[in-house]
Design a protein around this ligand. Structure first.
Ligand SMILES: *[C@@H]1O[C@H](CO)[C@@H](O)[C@H](O)[C@H]1NC(C)=O
Ligand SMILES: *[C@@H]1O[C@H](CO)[C@@H](O)[C@H](O)[C@H]1NC(C)=O
Ligand SMILES: *[C@@H]1O[C@H](CO)[C@@H](O)[C@H](O)[C@H]1NC(C)=O
Length: 566
């Protein structure tokens, strides 16, 4: 059982050994020479690699006789050919180093020169040299990075390196990054890193495109680029910013409730909730909160209660995550002409004597207007056609001054109306009327109604009989106008006038005191004075002529008889 096995083993072994020996002999016989050329890849077809006939010491004419040809061991691709006319080895097929050898540092293409008759085999080694026919290439068209804006300086971001199919110096040797504000490049060996050199600010630039170039060391140099697209993610690094530091609003004092006084506005450069601005009052008094409301979203400040003075309000704008800023709102009230001037009489000399000289101050008037500015500018006047005027004095005071002579006997009372008008639009006015009386001065003497009086009486009259009456008028008031009559003392025929006549002091009726005698005297004159009761009194005189007529009547005769008896 064992033997046949052994036998077949030795038989097999023997044939193998023989075959090997045969090949060894063959190769000793045919591989006479081994020749090597160094060529650049990608040479044109027909380019001369070398003169193989010369290098091998072959006769040119032997080449075609011996049917010289190039063969290849491994592939059926013939990369070179021999020119039988001159023995030159020429390029027959494109020789691409990268296709043949990939990234291997040395690339050898093995070919054989075969001659027949007798059979000869020469090994040709073509050392294919790399030329810089490939550019560095990045894997992706664009490299996308997302980086938070709050990221610290020095942070590193790995970038996938570029590849170059060429080898050695012709492969990627260096990188360069387009000049930019934020990043620098750190390339070490195969790792390429982007290093943050200056902090990012999304609000300044939210997307950054950087051109990264990979360069090989070939000549001419080739390069490949990729765009690194950096998206900067927001961090709440911005507080809201008011459009104005101070907002000023002016509000008419009678503005209705719910009036929007002013709208404040702040912007926040951040995104989303980081940039969501809401408004509120800052630290303000209770009073402010009672008068105004604020719309948190719209920034409107709304009047909710009537106001009478100016306000200064602190306003706060806050973003979603709590960064705040402040502004000031100054609300001033503009006056509306809703108050009429008020005239008040501060003092008045009443009554005033009628002999008051022109230019005398008789009263002081004050005018007030509760509005402001033009609305409180007041013009004041007194009616025409009275002997008074207003003279502006300090501030809102006026003097009421006489402008002419007064005469109680003509006008005893004045109704004085002071009108005050403000300069609002429309203007408001008001007036005040008061009575001013003129006091009497004894400035009129009594005046008799006649220039002179005459009285006629028959002689032998009864004593006490009425002769006539005189009358004088005095327009003054009371005592100053009360007339008292009296006879001016005088003598008539050597006797006192009062022994002839008497006058009733109150009525002015003149009586005979005795019986007159025509034969004694026919007429006489007396003076009657009218005097008022003023102090000092004023008076005037008038003449009263008395005419006595002769009596021829029996009565007279009887009288004469009586006289004769005496
Ligand atoms: C003054 O006014 C009163 C009533 O107020 C009136 O009776 C009087 O006649 C007026 N006098 C003058 C001079 O107008
Ligand atoms: C009469 O006139 C005098 C001044 O002459 C004056 O003082 C007095 O008050 C007057 N009397 C009356 C009742 O008006
Ligand atoms: C009136 O008579 C008296 C006495 O003779 C005199 O003093 C006075 O001046 C006279 N008045 C007038 C107005 O004539």
């Amino acid at each position: 059982v064992v033997e046949p096995q052994l036998e077949s083993f030795s038989q097999k072994n023997l044939t193998m050994v023989l075959k090997m020996l045969f090949f060894l002999w063959l190769s000793c016989l045919f591989s006479l020479l081994h020749i090597a050329y160094s060529i650049q890849e990608e040479m044109k077809r027909g380019s001369v690699i070398g003169n193989i006939a010369k290098d091998l010491g072959l006769q040119i004419d032997a080449l075609s006789k011996r049917r010289a040809r190039i063969d290849t061991e491994e592939t059926d691709k013939r990369y070179c050919d021999i020119n039988l006319k001159n023995g030159e080895l020429i390029v027959a097929e494109r020789i691409d180093r990268e296709e043949l050898c990939d990234e291997k540092a040395s690339c050898i293409l093995k070919q054989e020169l075969v001659l027949e008759n007798p059979l000869e085999l020469h090994r040709i080694s073509l050392h294919v040299q790399d030329i810089n026919d490939n550019s560095p290439q990045f894997n992706e068209k664009m490299i996308i990075l997302e980086i938070q804006e709050s990221t610290d300086r020095g942070a590193r971001f790995i970038i996938e390196e570029a590849h170059d199919e060429d080898v050695g110096q012709n492969s990627v040797q260096q990188y360069s990054l387009e000049q930019n504000e934020n990043f620098i490049l750190a390339a070490k060996g195969n790792t390429v890193e982007l290093v943050l050199d200056k902090e990012l600010d999304r609000e300044k630039q939210k997307e950054i495109n950087l051109l990264l170039t990979a360069l090989d060391g070939g000549s001419p140099q080739r390069s490949g680029t990729v765009v690194i697209h950096v998206t900067v993610l927001d961090a709440n690094d911005n507080a809201p910013v008011f459009s104005q530091a101070v907002y000023k609003a002016s509000l008419p004092e009678n503005s209705p409730l719910d009036t929007v006084v002013v709208t404040v506005s702040a912007t926040d450069a951040d995104e989303g909730v980081n940039g969501d601005v809401t408004y509120d009052f800052g630290h303000v008094s209770e009073d402010v909160r009672k008068k105004f409301a604020i719309d948190r979203k719209a920034g409107e400040i709304i009047l909710i209660d009537a106001i009478t003075k100016s306000y200064e309000i602190r306003i706060k704008a806050k973003d979603g995550l709590g960064l705040s800023s402040y502004a000031k709102v100054i609300i001033s009230i503009t006056d509306v002409n809703d108050n009429a001037p008020i005239v008040s009489l501060k003092s008045l000399t009443n009554p005033i004597p009628e002999d008051t000289p022109a230019g005398t101050e008789v009263g002081i008037i004050n005018v007030q207007d509760r509005d402001s500015e033009n609305n409180r500018q007041v013009r004041c006047s007194v009616q025409q056609n009275i002997p008074f005027k207003l003279v502006p004095s300090i501030k809102n005071y006026y003097s009421l001054v006489t402008t002419g002579n007064l005469d109680r006997e003509l006008v005893t009372d004045y109704n004085i109306t002071i009108t005050a008008t403000d300069e609002g639009s429309p203007p408001l006015s008001s007036s005040k009327t008061f009575q001013l009386s003129v006091a009497d001065i004894n400035d009129n003497p009594p005046v008799f109604e006649e220039q002179s009086y005459s009285a006629y009486i028959n002689e032998n009259n009864k004593p006490g009989s009425t002769l006539c009456s005189v009358s004088a008028r005095d327009p003054d008031w009371r005592q100053n106008g009360t007339v008292i009559y009296s006879l001016l003392p005088a003598e008539v025929n050597g006797a006192s006038v009062s022994s002839y006549l008497s006058v009733n002091g109150d009525t002015g009726v003149i009586h005979a005191v005795r019986s007159f005698d025509y034969e004694q005297f026919r007429s006489f004159q007396v003076y009657v004075m009218a005097r008022d009761n003023g102090s000092p009194p004023l008076s005037s005189n008038v003449t009263v002529s008395v005419f006595i007529s002769d009596s021829t009547q029996p009565q007279s005769q009887a009288n004469n008889f009586v006289n004769a008896l005496e």
